[in-house]
Design a protein around this ligand. Structure first.
Ligand code: ARG
Length: 287
């Protein structure tokens, strides 16, 4: 009798566990009809899912342990802590990254994403948190000295980035000389192998790559014609609730010095007063 009872109990407990597991899994799915049964247990705190294309050091990359690390990751972690929400990062290929937030698979994106008027039509951006500009990478022995030198040359870019936009504008949209890659490191590898004559990409990433890959024998070429760019954190169009939390957190970390600390950790200097320290007081002169 006792055995029966125990066995029965265990069976029931097992079934309950399966039920709970299924219920937990079900939460990941988008609500089908709005008729989902209310859960008896208190729901766990909402964890916002962050998409990032982690092939973009020093902003987002994967370390040896497979963890996502970088300036953007630290900024979003600090923002979340400041604004009181939780985040979980998922490596998300650049191609389709905007779709992932539009479809609700990701709640926000941090991926060195330049705020552009065109993108603002389909997604919402936080206040700017980083200033950037395009930069050209070429082989050390190259005679390329300015952007317009690339007019008729083979140029590698990451598909769908602002680097892609500027070179497509220079060469014309039907140019066969714009070589589009899935990631920026792939474009740079191609430059190393001589498959393209130059790569156009965000300055921070190009500088980081050139410094860390001396064997590639690259140098950088800057050009004043490149427009200033500003990175923003992306949410789904209309998600003002989350956007407000992010902006509150951003203002908070700029004001309390933690943004500056993160900046110095990756770039060794304090940010210039533009996007970086918009609401932070100018650093006091030492002594
Ligand atoms: N800033 C550029 C853009 O928004 C490139 C960003 C690429 N980011 C990345 N993680 N791959 O188009």
């Amino acid at each position: 009798m006792a055995t029966m009872t125990t066995r029965h109990f265990m069976y029931t407990a097992g079934a309950l566990l399966v039920g709970l597991t299924l219920a937990a899994c079900g939460k990941q799915e988008p609500a089908a009809s709005g008729a989902s049964a209310p859960s008896a247990a208190t729901p766990p705190a909402k964890v916002y899912v962050v998409g990032t294309d982690a092939a973009y050091a020093p902003f987002e990359s994967q370390n040896e342990k497979g963890e996502l690390v970088g300036f953007d990751i630290d900024v979003v972690k600090a923002v979340a802590k400041k604004a009181g929400f939780e985040v979980k990062f998922i490596n998300t290929p650049w191609e389709g990254i905007f779709n992932s937030v539009a479809q609700g698979d990701r709640d926000l994106l941090v991926s060195s994403i330049t705020i552009t008027p065109e993108r603002q039509q389909t997604m919402d951006f936080s206040a700017p948190y980083f200033d950037a500009q395009q930069l050209i990478a070429v082989k050390k022995d190259s005679s390329i000295s300015k952007f317009t030198d690339l007019k008729a040359l083979k140029v590698g870019v990451q598909n769908g980035t602002t680097g892609d936009e500027v070179i497509t504008k220079l060469q014309g949209k039907d140019s066969a000389n714009v070589k589009r890659y899935e990631s920026t490191p792939l474009a740079l590898k191609e430059l190393e192998g001589g498959g393209v004559d130059a790569v156009v990409a965000d300055n921070g990433v190009v500088i980081n790559y050139v410094n860390n890959n001396p064997d590639a024998k690259f140098k950088t070429v800057s050009d004043t014609s490149f427009a200033p760019e500003h990175y923003g954190i992306v949410v789904k169009k209309g998600n003002t609730a989350l956007l407000e939390k992010i902006n509150t957190g951003l203002a908070g970390i700029k004001a309390d010095g933690s943004y500056e600390q993160i900046y110095a950790k990756y770039f060794g200097t304090v940010p210039k007063a533009a996007a970086g320290a918009a609401s932070a007081p100018a650093p006091a002169a030492s002594n």
